[in-house]
Design a protein around this ligand. Structure first.
Ligand code: IMP
Ligand code: MG
Length: 175
């Protein structure tokens, strides 16, 4: 992609898709007979949700919610806000939160607290990436695609200043 030459490939497309197929198969096994709702955390998780959901061979619902935690900077502010909420109640349903990346854990910690008081029947998390080196809140991660070292990554939904979400691989800023 033009302007993307500053990025090096961390996880190539084939590896991403193979792992997503495994996650989808595992989720399908775990949620058979349940009332699954995939909750996509916008905007970063939208590409992952799109591929993951097609690897889950079950009837399921999707809903979307937008959070702001970073602004356009590359470090977490610790201040999280719901900028766009779910369209439907999740009470009594089996909610699987789909995230792009868990870094400090602050965003997810906030979200799970917020969801618990809505009384879903179950509440789990599926994240494509986990960067454990910056953990500030320990949140249980039920499904993890890849554990990565402390690098600022882009692509496959992840942005740098709102760009590069459409790269089909995970890259990192080479600076
Ligand atoms: P946390 O609250 O620190 O766990 O950060 C969660 C959010 O920060 C993610 O959902 C991303 O939107 C963003 N984020 C964290 N690390 C990266 C990165 O390396 N690249 C792009 N976005 C990131
Ligand atoms: Mg995110």
């Amino acid at each position: 992609m033009e302007g993307a030459e500053r990025f090096r490939v961390l996880i190539e497309e084939g590896r991403l898709q193979a792992r997503i197929a495994e996650l989808g198969a595992q989720i399908a096994e775990d949620y058979r007979g349940k009332d699954l709702v995939l909750v996509c955390v916008l905007k970063g998780a939208v590409v992952f949700l799109s591929d993951l959901s097609r690897r889950i061979d079950l009837p399921l619902a999707m809903d979307f919610l937008a959070l702001s935690s970073y602004g356009d900077r590359t470090e977490t502010s610790g201040v999280v806000q719901i900028t766009q909420d779910l369209t439907r109640p999740i009470e009594g349903r089996d909610v699987l939160v789909v995230e792009d990346i868990v870094d400090t854990g602050l965003t997810l910690d906030f979200l799970l607290e917020n969801f618990r008081v809505r009384h879903p029947r179950s509440l789990r998390v599926c994240t494509l990436l986990h960067k454990p080196s910056h953990t500030r809140r320990h949140v249980p991660l039920d499904y993890v695609g890849f554990v990565i070292e402390d690098r600022f990554v882009v692509g496959y939904g992840l942005d740098y200043e709102q760009k590069y979400r459409n790269l089909p691989y995970i890259g990192f800023l080479d600076r």
